[in-house]
Design a protein around this ligand. Sequence first.
Ligand SMILES: *Cc1c(COP(=O)(O)O)cnc(C)c1O
Length: 465
Amino acid sequence: MKTENPITPVFGTDEEARVAPKYEMPEGMMPGEVAYQIVHDEAMLDGNSRLNLATFVTTWMDDYARKVMTENMDKNMIDKTEYPQTAEIERRCVNILAKLWNSPEKPYCTGTSTVGSSEACMLGGIAALKRWQKRRKAKGLPIDKPNFIISTCMQVVWEKFAIYWDVEMRMIPVTAEKITLDPQDVVKACDENTICVVPIQGVTITGLNDNVKEINDALDKLNTEKGWEICIHVDAATGGFIHPFIDPETIWDFRLKWVLSISTSGHKFGLVYPGVGWVVWKDKQYLPEEMNFAVNYLGANIPSISINFSRPGNQVLAQYYQFMRLGKEGYKKVQQNCLNVCLYLKEQLKKMGIFEFFSNDMPNPLFIWKLKDDPNRKWTLYDLSDALHVEGWQVPAYTMPKAMEDVIIMRVVVRQGTGFDLADLLMEDIKRCVNQLDALKEPTNSALMWAKKEPQKPRGFNHSR
Ligand SMILES: *Cc1c(COP(=O)(O)O)cnc(C)c1O
């Protein structure tokens, strides 16, 4: 029965006196404040996003950013004619990013906002596919076997790209010896059907950067020899917002001849809540015309390039807010602090003496480590991950991809909002949990399963984020 009395307190209502409807829509209505309380309370079980060191995605923004976002929640990004100022601000963001990535295009640069890097990667990949098809068709050559080259440490979006668009994914193994995408291996894997090579800046699994310059130079040689035009799409989901501020000297972007498109996640180190991403082309000639459903407004042609149609416009406004609020100086300070906290964590873990690190470099604010071999140890990093979870921290443990799948590693990503103080508390908890695990007399289930090479129970962490 519905609660008829408007002054009944929320927790005195009939609706709060029974379990909420779960998998079927209720027949009747309930007061907004009661429904709010139920949803609000269920969401508490998600835990605290700030203690989630698994994710790359923004979990803290300031109050003005929140204000901009709530005020503009009702605006649909796709309605560029109805919300021309949001469209104009999107264009400004594209230009700001393109310039951070040294785009040569003038006066305006070509690109779009997206739901995230996934959509941005898809658009970059599709453009490369279409350009390749067009070149092949013009020469009367078949177009039925396209492929692209990427490392085994790629993010899941590239598997999706391969499946959705029927493009063969040629993976180059990352190993303890070759810790990023190897340029010579790339060249060996290329052929006339290669639509593009996809180096990653801020490799999701390792935190490292593929060497785009060396790949570009190797491709340039190959293209000259063979008369091919194999290009590069840089998946800079993380690095797109790190390089320009932390390491402007490294040449990875449009300064390189074969880099024709770059994607990034605004909601990762772009410092905006999910979901916003960006893709930029070096010049409009690299964006196939048929992908651009141009919208005409105020005399200017606003490109409409997207897989999704409707999506929130407030995230684009929040991105612009961050650009203005922080400027280059602010982004540099925030990203540098994340790196410093990350370095501190790494040093502290090193001091414990039981861990080994995948690399000495830390170009992005994340790193991975593994346990040194010790036949007497009764636990694995999965156990440490579980123990930390009890304390509220989410620190993922996972196995490396193909070619290194017998290595369990742990990863932290340090984002805006993880300061030295929190990092210090995390270290205290790690040390305490390790002491407890070291005191175990019997091996844990995880250690037993691992010794027998049995698959481990899924941890609920998707390391591919
Ligand atoms: C996170 C990530 C993606 C996917 O990005 P979303 O913004 O989550 O869609 C793609 N590539 C890399 C390298 C990533 O880190």
